[in-house]
Design a protein around this ligand. Sequence first.
Ligand SMILES: Cc1ncc(COP(=O)(O)O)c(C=O)c1O
Ligand SMILES: Nc1c(O)cccc1C(=O)C[C@H](N)C(=O)O
Length: 414
Amino acid sequence: MTTTTETNAAGATPDASWAERAAALDAANPLAPCRERFLLPEGVTYLDGNSLGALPAAVPEAVRDGVARQWGEGLIGSWFGEQARWWELPHRLGDRVGALLGAAPEQTVVGDSTSVQIFNTLVAAARLRPGRGVLLTDAGHFPTDAYLADSVGELLGLRVERVRPQEFADAIARHGEDLAVAAFPAVDFATGERWDIPALTRAAHEVGAVAVWDLCHAAGAFPLELDAWDVDFAVGCTYKYLSGGPGAPAFVYANRRHHMQMHQPLTGWTGHAEPFAMHGTYTPAEGVGRARIGTPTILSMLALEAAIGAFDGVDLEVLRAQSLSLTGFFIECCDALLAGRGFALVTPREPERRGGQVTLRHPDAATLVPAAAARGVVGDKREPDLLRYGFNALYNTHADALRAARTLAELCEG
Ligand SMILES: Cc1ncc(COP(=O)(O)O)c(C=O)c1O
Ligand SMILES: Nc1c(O)cccc1C(=O)C[C@H](N)C(=O)O
């Protein structure tokens, strides 16, 4: 398999030895018992957890309890009653998610969708830098981030500039004190390339700008240190590596030092200082509670709360090591088994530049991805010719990686 810059001349290792290597790596995996924390369909190799995480085993019972006992029996009393305390759930869950992001408690809340939180946070961030004229964002950002940056620019009269992250540091320096906000993804959704959050955050701070990170493809995939890196704001979804389920609520992290000045545009009643006083005018809650917007989606939050339990006792450094072992082994398998079949590796080979996914390019991606899924290997396709395979170290195995590469090779043989 080739990259744009190099040709990898892997030797023809016999097929059996790949299987032996996969088995040995899986046998040595300290996270292997975590696979039992998920309900995976028999015979399916699921490599699309970078889009929708697999179902954690604890979720069905948590949702059943939420419906039958907390709602069915507790009724309205479950908002504040000991049996459920739904009202606190955005904070309770926020702290659980925050722990996976390197965020001390009371800086993260869960609620609404990623798109809503991106909008709210971008405006709040820009309002911290009045008089500045530029919102810098990634030219390859996920579409919702790009559309919302344009919308925020239009609303606030900011010029939106889109640059590739390789040019980000230069663009920051060029705009200097005219830069209000730098909004970037931690990992590129298409290529799987991981960007340097601490270095880029520092660069933004050097010109006095505010850094907003989209952690959709990072949260739960590898360790993050938002507090230590002095990140301003971060937003992300919980349905990918956190496996919160379809439509699971987003999270927003707001660094404690911004809480008192943070002025968000979506001033919903649950972010009010006294929501049940039913005042006619908005006074934001103190602390991160002001990032709340509307009524929490309790059933989804209960699913997410149970899902996050899959991380209990997991050292994120160990998870990262396993994730890199999986993606690295998959790249090796592809180098060997797909050589000369028209594939190119899009994701960087250097481990520190990868998140949890490996992206390949092939002119027949549109037919290969569904054909592989029909043979039990589920990944996804992104325009125009990308095949994405996402590895979640809590449930994927090296055998999954080998099967995926082998299946693609078999499909190319016809
Ligand atoms: C980087 C990124 N941002 C945002 C989203 C999605 O936003 P929402 O959850 O609002 O659909 C995704 C994926 O869906 C994504 O990959
Ligand atoms: N959010 C999604 C959805 O609601 C339906 C189908 C796919 C998605 C995705 O997660 C897309 C994803 N963010 C991506 O990286 O392409």
